[in-house]
Design a protein around this ligand. Structure first.
Ligand SMILES: Nc1ncnc2c1ncn2[C@@H]1O[C@H](COP(=O)(O)OP(=O)(O)OP(=O)(O)O)[C@@H](O)[C@H]1O
Length: 310
């Protein structure tokens, strides 16, 4: 269990990137979902002991992480958002190099670990190729291979699927899913489907604040019979946005289809739809935005959706 309590971080420029964050993260996949600038990377870097918070505590299986950073690092696998590779070096050589840095000094055990990870990440055939020739998805799989060196008990992956095509994304998510139940895996992402597909538990954050944490399905259930859909004309869209709590707009055959949040069926051609995690996410993020601008406007809708908070 990873336990984060009342964590705060304000950067020198005054941005409060982590705002009184408390999270309880059990073994298994945990999704950390938030828009760009929400504070996900700041939180990931802090858990990975790469930067200090201003206040608060982090404990991992009883270990005081902020006091004993070295002990945490020995159990940590980290794939940062901006993971760079040496383009001219082969995957096998670079992984071997990372393995030495990770403390796998025995030649035999190192060879075994490197080979196993290249197999596991499906890079065995391409192991002799220079990393500069890898696709984005292959590079991310290499990134997870290096994160898994030394059998970490805490694995942090920061926005790993951004920019991957659907096939590569699936391959990457399958790989993460197989890492197992015995370790804590934190997946930070702004892609809602990553969390829907993979994570039994999750938290949503925006502006450094936890909006909701718990099981995705419990969060979705709070919106049952409260999400309504209809197709509108392009010229009507602004009017609907002003009159309704529009969660999302997507084009279907060139026409805007809107999902709106309402306690009861709105007049005029709306049909009820099964809510999904994207509806929860948009409602939470919208309310967080409104709460900053005008606290009263957000209160009714947020009361419905934040009850899942554990
Ligand atoms: N070193 C820094 N100094 C000052 N401000 C920072 C620093 N790092 C991040 N920020 C700011 O803190 C806020 C949170 O950024 P962070 O990168 O943690 O968010 P994020 O959720 O990971 O977003 P993204 O998906 O865009 O990376 C943003 O407003 C960002 O501009």
């Amino acid at each position: 269990m990873l336990s984060i309590k009342q964590l705060n971080k304000t950067y020198a420029n005054g941005v409060k990137a982590i705002n009184d964050v408390s999270l309880e993260i059990p073994n298994g996949m945990f999704g950390l979902l938030g828009p760009n600038g929400a504070g996900k990377s700041s939180l990931m870097r802090t858990i990975a002991t790469l930067q200090d918070p201003d206040s608060g505590s982090i404990h991992f299986h009883g270990l005081d992480v902020l006091r004993d950073k070295e002990a945490l690092r020995r159990q940590l696998g980290y794939l940062p958002q901006d993971f760079g590779v040496y383009p001219k070096v082969s995957a096998e050589r670079l992984l071997n190099h990372f393995a030495i840095l990770k403390g796998l000094t025995g030649k035999g055990e190192r060879k075994e670990a490197v080979e196993a990870l290249l197999q596991q990440t499906n890079l065995w055939e391409a192991r002799k190729r220079a990393l500069g020739t890898y696709s984005g998805g292959m590079r991310q799989r290499f990134g997870i291979a290096q994160a898994l060196l030394g059998a970490p008990r805490l694995v942090i992956v920061d926005e790993p699927t951004a920019g991957l095509d659907p096939d590569e994304r699936n391959r990457f998510l399958n790989l993460l899913a197989k890492i197992g139940e015995q370790v804590v895996v934190i997946l930070s992402t702004h892609i809602v489907e990553d969390v829907t597909d993979l994570c039994p538990r999750m938290a949503m954050i925006a502006r450094g604040t936890v909006l909701l944490q718990g099981e995705p399905q419990a969060a979705i259930d709070t919106l049952k019979n409260r999400v309504w859909r209809r197709t509108v004309g392009q010229d009507e869209l602004a009017d609907y946005q002003a009159r309704f709590n529009v969660l999302s707009t997507r084009l279907v055959a060139g026409r805007p289809q809107i999902n709106v949040y309402a306690e009861s069926q709105p007049d005029g051609g709306f049909v009820s739809v099964e809510p999904d995690l994207e509806d929860v996410y948009f409602l939470q993020v919208r309310n967080a935005g409104r709460a900053t601008a005008a606290p009263a406007a957000a209160s009714a809708a947020s009361a419905a959706a934040s009850t899942v908070a554990a």
